[in-house]
Unconditional design. Structure first.
Length: 109
């Protein structure tokens, strides 16, 4: 196995065959190296801009997911409140029915 560093030096990988002095990894593209291992300022800037755009998209996705989770939690809380109100109304109705039944029947002393 041959252990090689990427062109920018951040990553080490092992290869079964000797691939030469280095390899190009994604970190190298971001650092400004082209596919041949030469420093390319325009490529590095474009990759950095693309990375920044990807981070903005990811942040937007995360914000949307958080908003969706909050909406789901709010809906769940509303449903629980509605169920509680229904249970209270049902209990009150049962208590009223029991009270009427007690008033209608003669009491034994």
């Amino acid at each position: 196995m041959y252990k090689k560093k990427c062109r920018c030096g951040k990553t080490d990988k092992q290869f079964k065959v000797d691939i030469g002095p280095f390899f190009i990894n994604e970190c190298c593209r971001i650092a400004g190296y082209d596919i041949y291992g030469k420093k390319d300022e325009a490529s590095g800037e474009a990759e950095a801009k693309a990375e920044a755009a990807n981070e903005a998209v990811e942040a937007d996705k995360k914000a949307k997911e958080e908003a969706k989770a909050k909406k789901v939690a709010d809906n769940k809380a509303k449903q629980e409140a509605k169920a509680q109100k229904q249970a209270e109304a049902k209990a009150k109705k049962a208590a009223d029915a029991e009270k009427k039944a007690d008033e209608g029947s003669p009491e034994e002393a």
